[in-house]
Design a protein around this ligand. Structure first.
Ligand code: FDP
Length: 346
């Protein structure tokens, strides 16, 4: 007689996983589920381009700069357009905002606006593209706040605490999609031979014991006293604890992903090196917010050094923030050092 395979032998596609999550929300209409499918498709399309990254027609800069004043690579432009074009006509989104675009991105008039909002960083870590280093796409979905008509800027400017879904795609040795809809963090690996994302990392919990710290140590000279002392603490310089090894790729999705699985902290503090980064380099809306939401779902924490990233109300699309993210006790330790050494006492 045929017997059912045990749970650990089940092959769970992303579709099957999302549908089973949907079943635990009887009120769900399936729209959010479809947005996740759309994003998985985005991942497959961008991955198909990044794996061809060495090919001449893809590489090379466009010669333009983005709204942050950084050089834009061709692949950024491609990824940016791809995310928009795969989502503009579905009737599921009211508006989008991308790290590569100055303003909000409206849904074309011929399509009806939906009830969700998508904000994304199409290709994070783009300065690594030329060197075959892992890069990623970060996405985050909110419910729209406005009631009808085209979505608005206010629909995009929401606290990360109110996220409905956050996730990222990482284009590395393999392509992975990691996401949370507030019911744990789940990771899927793309099987390129069949073109499916399969569940490989169910219910990710970041290990309690940190293994790495990740920061661009080259900027130490430009950091505050608190951040410097926190780093010395991590290195075991001023305590009896053993220091942590440093791992820094310089591609936040990849650094975050490694630390999520291995345990550790990633930080990009404010610095005095670049006038644009006195408030930190990471974008609250496209990078820090979604990753802090994921970190918290995995038992970690994201902070700007003073408060939870999830509680910060964005006031503009491209707002930057200092970021400390990963194992909760380490992030709280960073807050402690900053409180002690950096905050001006009244
Ligand atoms: P990039 O500029 O290559 O797009 O915020 C973007 C980001 O990469 C992060 O992915 C990365 O962690 C960081 O900037 C790297 O900045 P530094 O080169 O200053 O370390």
């Amino acid at each position: 007689m045929f017997s059912q395979p045990p749970d650990h032998e089940k092959i769970i596609t992303i579709e099957r996983h999302i549908l089973s999550e949907q079943q635990s929300h009887p009120e769900a209409t399936g729209v959010l589920t479809s947005i996740l499918y759309d994003l998985a498709l985005v991942g497959k399309v961008i991955a198909s381009q990044t794996t061809r990254g060495g090919l001449a027609e893809i590489l090379g800069r466009t010669g333009n700069t983005n709204v942050q004043g950084e050089q834009v690579m061709k692949l950024d432009v491609l990824a940016d357009r791809m995310v928009y074009r795969l989502n503009d006509h579905t009737g599921r989104l009211a508006v989008m905002a991308s790290e590569e675009q100055e303003g909000i991105m409206n849904i074309p008039e011929e399509y009806s606006p939906g009830k969700y909002v998508l904000v994304y960083d199409p290709l994070d870590g783009s300065s690594n593209i030329d060197y075959n280093v892992s890069i990623g796409t970060i996405f985050a979905v909110y419910r729209r706040k406005s009631h009808s008509g085209p979505g608005t800027l206010d629909d995009c400017l929401q606290k990360a605490r109110d996220l409905v879904v956050a996730g990222y795609l990482i284009y590395g040795a393999s392509t992975m999609l990691v996401y949370t809809s507030g019911m744990g963090v789940h990771g899927f690996t793309l099987d390129p031979s069949v073109g499916e994302f399969l569940l490989t990392h169910s219910n990710i919990h970041t290990p309690q014991q940190a293994k790495y710290y990740s920061v661009n140590q080259g900027y130490e000279y430009y950091w505050s006293e608190g951040v410097r002392r926190f780093t010395h603490f991590l290195q075991g310089r001023d305590s009896l604890t053993k220091g942590l090894p440093l791992r820094y790729i310089g591609s936040m999705v990849a650094d975050f992903h490694r630390n999520l699985l291995a345990g550790g902290i990633f930080y990009y503090p404010a610095d005095t090196k670049d006038p644009r980064y006195t408030q930190g380099k990471m974008r609250l809306l496209y990078e820090a917010g979604p990753l802090a939401f994921i970190a918290e779902q995995a038992g970690g924490y994201g902070s700007n050094g003073m408060q939870s990233i999830l509680e910060i109300q964005p006031t503009s699309l491209h707002q930057r923030t200092p970021l400390f993210i990963g194992n909760r006790p380490l992030v709280e330790k960073a807050e402690e050092f900053i409180r002690q050494y950096d905050l001006v006492r009244e």
